[in-house]
Design a protein around this ligand. Structure first.
Ligand code: FMN
Length: 154
């Protein structure tokens, strides 16, 4: 039987993602679909749009939820991507738990999905990091669901 994560009693989550060629955006979309199936109210927003908000507007969005899911690609020439760096410098999210997810390419070896791990470490995330190779496919479904269950069950 398929477990449908609800992300805690408040049933809300914010997904912020940084994506250049679309892989991480697609992963963010899949995550949103899974959560919406479980009745969770999701706000999904490109990180660059979030960073353009006023502090008041950003706070209005973040205060609605206890969990923020942050996704990023990894580019070893600039680790982490600049918008992720700006987010970490600007927002501390003291009232939320952060979960990190990323897409990457295993051929980069030690830096595979490193930016997502940087986000997790920076925000002291209590959750595992979801790593997906390039564009997510149906074979990643179980891994994504397990990750959401880990977030759900804290
Ligand atoms: C110049 C360049 C450097 C990259 N370096 C890394 C890396 O160090 N680690 C990694 O896991 N992936 C690396 N990648 C792969 C991307 O992170 C991967 O393709 C990712 O899915 C892109 O996400 P996006 O489509 O959301 O932009 C690199 C890709 C490029 C083009």
């Amino acid at each position: 039987m398929r477990m449908v994560p609800k992300l805690m009693a408040d049933r809300s989550a914010l997904i912020l993602y940084e994506s250049l060629s679309g892989n991480t955006a697609q992963l963010a979309m899949i995550i949103r679909e899974f959560l919406e199936e479980g009745g969770t109210v999701i706000e999904r927003m490109p990180l660059r749009s979030f960073l353009h908000l006023s502090f008041a507007d950003a706070e209005e969005i973040t205060q609605k939820t206890q969990k923020i899911l942050i996704g990023t690609y990894t580019d070893n020439t600039h680790l982490p991507p600049e918008p992720i760096e700006e987010l970490m410098e600007t927002y501390s999210f003291p009232d939320q738990h952060i979960a990190a997810f990323g897409t990457g390419d295993t051929q980069w070896g030690d830096t595979y999905c490193l930016a997502a791990h940087t986000v997790a470490r920076h925000y002291n995330s209590p959750y595992p990091v979801l790593e997906i190779e390039q564009m997510p496919s149906s074979s990643d479904q179980e891994k994504i669901e397990q990750w959401l269950e880990a977030i759900d069950n804290d």
